[in-house]
Design a protein around this ligand. Structure first.
Ligand code: OMP
Length: 276
């Protein structure tokens, strides 16, 4: 998907919400467990209930890989369902890949060709030749981990390297990669105050911001520092939406939670003069 199409959807829905499909058999309502594919049944219900309120879905592949071949099948079915029924939706494989060049090429083929995702999360640690194979795919997006939401982010990402924090070096250096226009970046909502510095280096890039809801990040603060002229933000919530109820009403309650976030996003867009 082209960025312009994503921006059009955001303006139309007044939402830059990404719903995280971190589907765990131990957390989904028990009445689904006797379905043929409980993970797909759960995802389908969540997708149908929330699709008018969000612009993106992000299955984290760990939750599927944990169930082996059956889990991969549930993931493929979920992606096919989204692409067939809601083709305007931006889809992110949260797989956090990245390896030597020829291996990254195979990862890119797996997620962009075999599975037809619009985007994938990639770790920058192995550098240019591990990232560029993903960037070769036109209208697909490589979401590089810049400053993550977890506590361990301070182990390396904020350490000084050549007089600047490592995450800033990641942002700056990656701008020189071939096809860098296909880059987006992860910045955790729990690190919202850093977004001012992030925006100085990458004013125009889209940022995927996880960490509102269960991890405690503030949507308002993220918007304050992170919104740009093209909106420039996708804010993810996973557990706060999909496990808001574990009863039979799970999809309806998920939609209510998604609507709360969408309403806040619409207000932020209005504040920012982006409501048309
Ligand atoms: O790449 C990610 O999406 C990601 C990066 C990051 O810094 N922090 C982070 O929480 N995530 C992912 O975003 C999701 C957050 O889930 P919740 O905390 O349940 O909303 C999980 O799938 C995480 O793996």
């Amino acid at each position: 998907m082209k960025i312009e199409q994503l921006v059009t959807q955001i303006r139309k829905k007044q939402s830059f919400l990404c719903v995280g499909l971190d589907t765990d058999l131990e957390k989904i309502p028990t009445h689904l467990l006797d379905h043929e594919d409980p993970i797909f049944s759960f995802n389908k219900a969540i997708i149908d209930a929330t699709q008018s309120l969000c612009v993106a879905y992000k299955p984290n592949t760990a939750f599927y890989e944990a169930y082996g071949a059956a889990g991969w099948e549930s993931l493929s079915k979920t992606l096919r369902y989204i692409n067939e029924h809601y083709p305007e939706m931006f889809t992110i494989a949260d797989a956090k890949r990245g390896d030597i060049g020829n291996t990254s090429t195979r990862y890119a083929k797996a997620f962009f060709e075999e599975m037809d995702f619009d985007a994938i999360t990639v770790a920058p640690y192995m550098g240019k030749d591990s990232v560029e194979p993903f960037l070769d795919f036109a209208d697909r997006h490589t979401i590089l981990l810049a400053l993550t939401s977890n506590e361990g982010a301070f182990d390396f990402q904020t350490k000084m390297v050549e007089n600047k924090e490592l995450y800033k070096e990641v942002l700056k250096t990656s701008k020189s990669y071939k096809n860098a226009q296909n880059l987006m970046y992860v910045v955790g909502a729990t690190k919202a105050s850093y977004l001012r510095d992030v925006r100085e280096i990458v004013p125009n890039s889209f940022l995927l911001v996880p960490g509102v809801g269960a991890q405690g990040g503030s949507l308002e603060e993220v918007c304050h520092y992170g919104l740009n002229a093209d909106v420039g933000l996708l804010i993810n919530s996973s557990r706060g939406i999909i496990y808001a109820s574990q009863g039979e009403d799970f999809a309806q309650v998920a939609a209510e939670k998604a609507r709360e976030l969408q309403s806040q996003m619409a207000q932020e867009l209005t504040k920012f003069g982006q409501n048309t």
